[in-house]
Design a protein around this ligand. Structure first.
Ligand code: COA
Ligand code: MG
Length: 273
């Protein structure tokens, strides 16, 4: 987290072909809106969705607005990139990439618009660090495509995805960028959703990809530090301030190291303080 920390607790996917959802998203409390041109948009709607996304980008401020273009290997990718260079979203999200080469190529087509990368193919998982180091601002874990590409099956506890989640998260941390967890498909499964959010938070993810308005508030809560966490972080920093230059200090008869001060600063940043 070397760059100025931006809260990305919830990233709401909105199909750019769905007028009603686009309208609704303007009133929803998501930190990030991802206008999707890819999987959520049928082939015959691609051109219209691209034009709609470009035209509506500015309507979602102050949220970050990211456009998920079609994959570099697809027939729509170059037109999507050209349209977004003109429209200038806060970032372009690249799906179904395999490695850093696609990031380098996309950089040349992006006109300086920041890039985000989906980690949703087996190669992307294994190349996650190179992808993160290639200059993207955020890694977005893509669960559905990955399970499919693994020839696996969905499990409620996501045990089959933990290794991939860790690799994506570690790559993001090594590069000092944000990492977002994937979606939760069960729209009415709020118990399972809360568990998935808590688990992702434990891994270190900064936020969750969400697909429905009902998922925003619980994800936001899960990725926001609690009042107790904020209060404790302030006490940790106060303990270090009270002993300038000390390598270790104590608080409530527990040893604290420099990493605890860094952790406390991270809690305050996550809380927007
Ligand atoms: N963003 C904004 N608004 C959304 C929304 C979203 N992702 N998903 C649903 N809504 C809106 C609906 O338009 C509806 O609004 P209304 O009250 O004005 O009619 C309201 O929330 C309730 O929606 P609901 O009827 O429960 O859902 P649905 O059956 O219309 O849609 C999905 C269900 C899954 C099709 C829809 O949520 C969706 O398309 N999600 C995003 C999918 C996506 O982008 N996937 C790609 C990434 S994996
Ligand atoms: Mg997908």
């Amino acid at each position: 987290m070397s760059k100025a920390y931006k809260a990305r607790r919830t990233a709401l996917y909105v199909p750019a072909s769905n007028a009603r959802a686009l309208q609704k998203a303007r009133s929803l409390d998501a930190d990030v809106v991802i206008l999707d041109l890819e999987d959520a948009v049928a082939a015959e709607d691609k051109a219209q969705a691209r034009a709609t996304a470009a035209a509506l980008l500015k309507d979602f401020a102050p949220r970050e607005v990211v456009v998920r273009v079609n994959a570099p290997s697809s027939q729509w990718h170059d037109a999507d990139m050209a349209a977004m260079v003109e429209a200038r979203p806060d970032a372009i999200l690249l799906p179904k990439i395999s490695g850093s080469e696609e990031i380098e190529v996309a950089k040349d087509k992006s006109g300086g618009v920041p890039l985000w990368a989906m980690i949703e193919t087996p190669r992307a998982v294994l190349n996650a660090l190179a992808i993160a180091d290639a200059g993207v601002d955020c890694l977005v874990f893509g669960m559905n495509d990955l399970v499919s590409a693994m020839a696996g099956r969905h499990r409620p506890d996501r045990a089959n995805l933990h290794a991939a989640m860790s690799l994506a998260l570690l790559a993001a941390r090594a590069a000092g960028i944000t990492a977002l967890d994937g979606v939760h498909n069960g729209l009415d499964d709020m118990t399972g959703f809360a568990k998935a959010c808590a688990e992702a938070r434990d891994f270190g993810f900064d936020g969750k990809s969400v697909i429905h308005p009902s998922q925003i508030a619980p994800a936001r809560a899960a990725f926001s530090p609690s009042l107790d966490e904020v209060a404790y972080a302030r006490r940790v920093l106060a303990a270090f301030d009270a002993q300038p230059g000390a390598g270790v200090v104590t608080l409530d008869r527990r040893m604290l190291e420099a990493l605890d001060a860094a952790g406390a600063r991270r809690v305050l940043a996550r809380a927007g303080l």
